[in-house]
Design a protein around this ligand. Structure first.
Ligand code: PLP
Length: 454
């Protein structure tokens, strides 16, 4: 049956999907014989290229043992090893790993974890009153800390809780009646500052805006949820340096949990294993996905610090266990792929090379800065966005109906590169193992495509 496969975020009418037969390294081979460079790392998740022999072998070995078992109260040795490894390599005392299957679910788990944590805290703050907690067997809430603060332009996934946090109108407007409403912070953009704000004052400006919200709402806030350093789906929006650290300080000051969603920026994208490390920040809860398995298999993780985890420990009859769990959480095949991927990141220079590769790619893209419709090239590490504008001086956007970003990406495909835009931001996010020759090829195709379309 034609179009039996219903694609996400894709208009199906008239769709002729690109069908991939095989992939090797950073290249995709289509069934109709085209060879395409994977310029967005298979939706931002591929780290080591496709068919990496080390990861392939790890998955094959695991297949010979067990492919799946539940992790509700049981486990397998591979999944246990992965949990220990993640506890070791994530920042600070993050140490308790809750597995799920995709980034949205990792965020969803973090939201519920933060909520339940406050209900089970020894001393939960309600306004200015301190209450001793009771277990959740009672229906009344033991604390008013039941809301979340999220940023404008935020994207945390497509499940209902994650969409509620989202600040991209296009994605969540339609669903508003079934969503909760977070406290909404600013979009700490470094390309379009509010009047009077300069690069030097931006960090403090945005921190102050967020502090004002915390001052007003801390008594009802369970957590601040952010994408650290770069807001991906908003259009590779880079935050001012230092803002993440200021947020950590503010969350401590106002007794609100900090949840960092590193689904997109984790596992080397920004040049450190975790983006939080760029500002020496340890969130209370860290969400990982995409690159966790090197982009091989669906797996995500929500990792908590001990003070969170310990609030869930009690006698069985007290019903304080985390009320959440997925069938495929901690899948052994995915765990094997994740361990192999992490091993590669630990034993090769892939991670330290990201900074040089990023500088090289930006240098190759530099001719675009003279183009009348390229407003901005920005990013961190190998996560780069090229924003197309109708007028460089005013930074005004093109009419969305012109689909400039999509047209550039369609053109790039003719040149041999697979890209997927975010409105008029051309996203360039190649696998971390891309060679200089490949990055050079990628940059040339992007430049030619923009020149042809704009
Ligand atoms: N969080 C962030 C920051 C993301 O960029 C994404 C996906 O792009 C998600 C969560 C959702 O992840 P998934 O698509 O695996 O559900």
């Amino acid at each position: 049956m034609k179009n039996a496969h219903w694609h996400g975020f894709t208009q199906m009418a008239g769709l002729e999907p690109l069908v991939i037969e095989s992939a090797q390294g950073c290249w995709l081979q289509t069934v109709d014989g085209r060879r395409l460079f994977d310029g967005v790392s298979s939706l931002w998740c591929n780290v080591h290229g496709h068919r990496n022999p080390h990861i392939d072998a790890a998955v094959e070995q695991q297949l010979k043992k067990v492919s799946h078992i539940t992790t509700l109260g049981m486990s397998c040795e591979t999944t246990e090893r992965l949990a220990t490894k993640l506890a070791e390599i994530t920042p600070g005392d993050l140490g308790h790993v809750f597995f799920s299957s995709d980034g949205s679910s990792a965020v969803e788990a973090a939201l519920k974890m933060a909520f339940q944590y406050w209900q089970q805290c020894e001393t939960a703050e309600v306004g200015s009153t301190s209450l001793n907690s009771t277990s959740l067997s009672s229906t009344s809430l033991s604390t008013g800390k039941t809301k979340y603060l999220a940023l404008s332009g935020a994207y945390h996934g497509d499940t209902t809780g994650a969409v509620s946090l989202g600040g991209i109108k296009y994605f969540h407007k339609l669903f508003a009646p079934i969503l909760f409403t977070p406290i909404r912070g600013p979009i700490p953009c470094t390309y379009r500052y509010p009047d009077g704000v300069t690069p030097e004052t931006a960090c403090e400006h945005y921190a102050r805006e967020i502090e004002n919200l915390l001052e007003q709402h801390h008594h009802e806030l369970a957590a601040v949820v952010i994408e650290p350093l770069v807001q991906g789906a908003a259009g590779i929006i880079t935050h001012p340096e230092g803002l993440l650290l200021r947020l950590r300080q503010l969350c401590d000051q106002y007794n609100v949990l900090l949840i960092c969603d590193e689904v997109a920026v984790g596992f080397g994208r920004t040049g450190k294993l975790f983006a939080c490390e760029q500002e020496n920040v340890t969130p209370d809860i860290l969400c990982l996905g995409k690159g966790l398995t090197g982009g091989y298999l669906p797996m995500a993780a929500t990792i908590a610090r001990p003070h969170i985890y310990e609030a869930f420990l009690a006698e069985i009859k007290e019903s304080k266990q985390f009320f959440h769990g997925h069938t495929f959480a901690g899948n052994p095949l995915a765990a094997a792929a994740a361990l192999a991927s992490i091993e590669l990141l630990e034993t090769t220079t892939i991670l330290e090379d990201v900074t040089t590769k990023s500088a090289f790619l930006i240098e190759q893209l530099k001719p675009l800065l003279d183009h009348p419709h390229v407003g901005n090239i920005r990013g961190r590490g190998l996560m780069i966005g090229i924003e197309l504008v109708t007028d460089k001086s005013t930074r005004a956007a093109f009419d969305p109906g012109l689909l400039m970003g999509k047209r550039v990406c369609d053109e790039a495909m003719k040149g041999g590169v697979w890209l997927r835009p975010l409105s008029d931001v051309v996203v360039v996010m190649p696998p971390l193992v891309s060679t200089d020759d490949e990055l050079d090829f990628l940059a040339n195709v992007v430049i030619n495509s923009i020149e042809k379309v704009c």
